[in-house]
Design a protein around this ligand. Structure first.
Ligand code: ADP
Length: 483
């Protein structure tokens, strides 16, 4: 049960409300009780004042020995209140007269008996008369009494007046408050708990809905999305983030799917040529050696092409997974460019294309030489491949501030502006027919993707700087080492 967030939220919430309610009730009770006690004490003082006034007024001019007692009796008769008892004592604390001695019923108090006057509590309060705080609570096993003592002087003698007030009404009131809290707090907690539970259930219901939708999403319905009830609240934000994750997953899934589809399509063609060529050659037993040689040449070229595509696919897959090993070391970019140029010469020669180098010396670079060789070869290979016979290809290699710039310019037909943004896409070929027919090993449209990845793996970039009917320029920018 505690595994449910809803339940835990409800319990925490109810516990917090319980703490607040209990603290509030305790504080209210404490303040109320203190207030009642203060009011009782000031009431006792007021009553004693009134008693004293009457007592003094009742004392005759010629004071006899029992005059003070008589005056006290008159004052007691005048100030009769329920639950209130006056006790008139001599200076030694011996009770001389109490309102309990007056005619029955006048000051009836069900709990108070004269025995109380002999109790230690009573004696203690009578001894406090004249002190700064002459109050005391006298306990009698029930609600007890609040007592106040004051010295009185008459006929040159000192007496003590003790006023007792029953605590019964106040204690009853406090008891009522306690029992009210005892049922109000549990009811309030029950209501808070129920309210909290329904609130938690309502707030968390989108999570349950999300979980059940998320559970049904798989490769087959990756386009399904979670419902967003309120895009501004936290759960809405969670659903939106989850949907964005699904968007990215779907896009990557789609890229992967297209990649596999394109790859199998590209592999199917050379495989079909291999099979077709073999079947045709074998269909007649009496072929001349020249015919076999020609068939074998085709088989070799196609299998080379097949190996080339597989190699490129392997490179890209490993690059995507971040697993292609980059073996960096120091080498001179200008030497690499010259070397690549030498290799490309034979290709250029076949097509009667002039190769013009413009290479600055001493371009020290730190990187994977084999990969950069591949990059430059790809660019040169494309330039020669797509430039008509008699054209010109220039390779320029220079340092520009903190960068090395290698650019390959050809005088080919260029790439139409609407296709230019797509040439770095995998398997993209602007003109599939020409790409295949003009060269013996037309690429699969992976060369520029790999070249761009190599540039980026070296913290550089590869871009098509310019392409129009007079030719194209591809430019590689690489960071020069800080010397
Ligand atoms: P491919 O194996 O087809 O050469 P690339 O990825 O190297 O694949 O190139 C993608 C496409 O970009 C090519 O099919 C071609 O249409 C175009 N392209 C690349 N380089 C050039 C260039 N120098 N001149 C004209 N078109 C080019």
């Amino acid at each position: 049960m505690l595994d449910s967030v809803r339940m835990r939220l409800t319990l925490w919430y109810t516990a917090a409300v319980a703490v607040v309610l209990i603290l509030l009730a305790a504080l209210t009770y404490f303040l109320y009780a203190r207030n009642i006690a203060q009011r009782t004490d000031s009431n006792l003082v007021e009553l004693t004042d009134a008693f004293t006034t009457t007592f003094n007024a009742e004392l005759p001019g010629e004071i006899g020995p029992d005059a003070p007692q008589k005056a006290a009796r008159e004052a007691m008769l005048e100030h009769r209140f329920r639950g209130l008892v006056f006790v008139f004592l001599d200076a030694e604390g011996q009770p001389l007269l109490s309102s309990l001695d007056l005619p029955a019923g006048v000051l009836s108090n069900e709990h108070l008996t004269p025995e109380l006057f002999a109790s230690p509590g009573f004696r203690a309060v009578s001894s406090l008369a004249g002190s700064p705080r002459p109050f005391r609570t006298i306990h009698d096993g029930r609600n007890g009494f609040r007592a106040y003592a004051r010295p009185l002087s008459a006929a040159g003698r000192t007496f003590i007046l003790v006023v007792l007030q029953s605590r019964h009404p106040q204690q009853e009131l406090l008891q009522d408050i306690r029992s009210a809290f005892l049922w109000i707090i549990p009811i309030a907690l029950l209501l808070a708990g129920l309210g909290g539970y329904f609130l938690a259930r309502k707030s968390l219901s989108p999570v349950a809905a999300m979980a059940s939708t998320a559970r049904t999403i798989g490769a087959a319905n990756l386009h399904d999305r979670l419902g967003v009830s309120n895009p501004r609240d936290e759960l809405g934000q969670l659903a939106i983030s989850f949907n964005e994750l699904l968007d990215r997953l779907e896009a990557s899934f789609e890229r992967q799917r297209r990649f596999i589809a394109d790859a199998s399509h590209e592999l199917r063609t050379p495989a079909a040529i291999l099979r077709g060529e073999t079947e045709v050659t074998l269909s007649r037993p009496d072929r001349s050696p020249a015919e076999y040689r020609e068939a074998l040449t085709i088989l070799r070229d196609e299998s080379q092409r097949l190996a080339h595509i597989i190699e490129d696919l392997f490179t890209l897959t490993r690059a995507d997974a971040g697993q292609y090993p980059i073996n960096s070391r120091d080498f001179y970019l200008d030497e690499l460019a010259s070397d690549v140029l030498r290799h490309a010469r034979s290709l250029a020669h076949v097509k009667n294309i002039t190769l013009t180098p413009s290479i600055e010396p001493e371009l020290l670079f730190h990187g994977d030489e084999a990969l950069l060789r591949r990059l430059l070869l790809n660019l040169l290979d494309n330039a020669i491949k797509y430039t008509p016979a008699g054209g010109q290809v220039t390779i320029e290699c220079k340092k520009n501030l903190a960068q090395y710039v290698v650019s390959v310019t050809d005088t080919g037909p260029g790439i139409s502006p609407e296709l230019q943004p797509r040439i770095f896409e995998r398997f993209f070929r602007a003109d599939k027919v020409r790409a295949r027919s003009e060269t013996d090993s037309g690429g699969a449209g992976l060369g520029l993707s790999i070249a761009r990845w190599i540039a980026e793996a070296h913290h550089g970039r590869l871009e098509l700087l310019r392409s129009d009917t007079s030719g194209s320029t591809f430019s590689v920018t690489l960071p020069a080492p800080q010397l």
